[in-house]
Design a protein around this ligand. Structure first.
Ligand code: HEC
Ligand code: HEC
Length: 325
């Protein structure tokens, strides 16, 4: 059914040829763009517009946003851009919400694991930009629920109407999302996170950093199964909101200076793939902070899969199921 877009522009072209000077808004189909199950075929090869584990504003409990282990990935067909504040008819956005079982396999949320919104147009859902809402089977082969204002008793409509409040546009939230983390929150929480490494000894890229080879380095990760390579991804990229904290112990004593890496995402430092580096003391004082211009990034740039030392600026860790040596 995507083809009706092409059909639409063909009609437009023909229309302007035949009726020179005639106004044609291209809206030749009175029912608008009607998606069917095949409209969602191969959505993982579309443009990935977001990948996050951050509990973004406005999400509340929707899309498992209040559960730290859930990942949300959003794909757009043809990377549509809004014009005059509106997405064009035929725009399709698909959203996956998943976490991982104990063995690390991806599993979709029981409710709304795979959702979509399609710009149907033609006055279909006048209260909410003529978007049509979809709940799909996890393999995207079947449409379970579709409709306008009535879907989820109006919840899709009303919550997505708030998108503009959060810098979104036309009922679509802002992408890619940004995770601006309070250091005080990290400091209060990190000791309860998963420990993905506790290592003493040398490393090809350690030199004198992090206390050097004699120190014990202990690495904490906020979401154990945060995954730089989820199914269907092309290339390493940790989800926005992933945080690593590192402690250095010397002769059994914890160094007051800790370091952290936060996948901040959004428009933050694209040259460094959105990573923010911190050095901070136990009382929360920031000692250093920045992106790809820091000496931290210079060394961490070796942590990638082509050099074989890690993934997306993060070195391998023995107990990280998603980033093994
Ligand atoms: C309580 C608020 C809320 C409700 C209810 C809600 N959503 Fe969302 N939705 C969001 C937020 C916030 C985002 C974007 C951010 C994220 O996931 O991090 C989003 C994102 C999406 C996206 C990706 C495009 C975009 O706007 O970012 C789709 C598709 C989507 N939701 C479909 C649905 C459908 C279908 C329903 C109803 C079955 C629904 N949503 C109900 C809050 C909501
Ligand atoms: C000379 C190289 C080097 C420099 C400079 C460096 N690091 Fe690291 N960093 C490493 C290595 C190597 C590891 C992997 C574990 C280990 O053996 O300690 C690591 C691990 C980490 C980790 C755990 C997650 C990961 O990527 O493995 C964090 C967080 C971290 N460093 C933060 C920083 C910050 C912040 C700075 C700057 C203030 C910095 N690092 C500077 C080499 C470096």
């Amino acid at each position: 059914m995507r083809h009706s877009l092409i059909k639409g522009s063909l009609w437009l072209a023909l229309g302007s040829l035949v009726f020179v000077g005639c106004e044609d808004d291209g809206d030749d189909d009175p029912a608008g763009f009607i998606a069917d199950a095949s409209s969602f075929d191969g959505y993982r090869s579309w443009t990935q517009v977001d990948y996050t584990i951050d509990a973004s504003n406005g999400l509340g409990g929707a899309h498992m946003g209040n559960q730290a282990d859930f990942h949300r990935r959003i794909f757009a067909y043809g990377n549509p851009s809004a014009q005059n504040g509106e997405y064009p008819e035929g725009t399709i956005l698909v959203k996956e919400t998943f976490n991982h079982d104990a063995s690390g396999s991806m599993q979709y949320a029981d409710q709304g694991g795979l959702l979509a919104m399609v710009k149907r147009g033609a006055g279909f859902n006048p209260g909410a930009g003529d978007w049509e809402w979809f709940m799909l089977s996890n393999d995207a082969s079947e449409i379970m629920v579709r409709g306008g204002a009535e879907v989820m008793d109006g919840a899709c409509n009303s919550c997505h109407s708030a998108a503009t409040t959060y810098d979104g546009l036309d009922h679509v939230f802002k992408h890619p999302s940004e995770s601006v983390v309070e250091l005080s929150g990290i400091l209060a929480d990190y000791s309860s996170w998963a420990v993905v490494d506790e290592v003493t000894g040398d490393h090809d890229f350690l030199n004198a950093a992090h206390g050097g080879a004699d120190a014990t380095r202990k690495v904490f990760k906020n979401t154990l199964h945060a995954d730089p390579n989820p199914a269907g991804s092309s290339g390493d990229m940790w989800p926005t909101g992933t945080v690593f904290v590192k402690e250095v112990w010397q002769d059994g004593v914890l160094n007051d200076a800790r370091t952290a890496m936060v996948k901040r995402g959004g428009s933050f430092d694209p040259a460094g793939d959105g990573w923010e580096y911190f050095m901070f003391s136990g009382d929360g004082t920031v000692l250093a902070q920045g992106g790809s211009e820091t000496s931290c990034a210079g060394c961490h740039s070796h942590a990638n899969s082509s050099e074989g030392y890690g993934r997306d600026w993060v070195f391998h860790h023995a107990s990280d199921p998603m980033n093994q040596p």
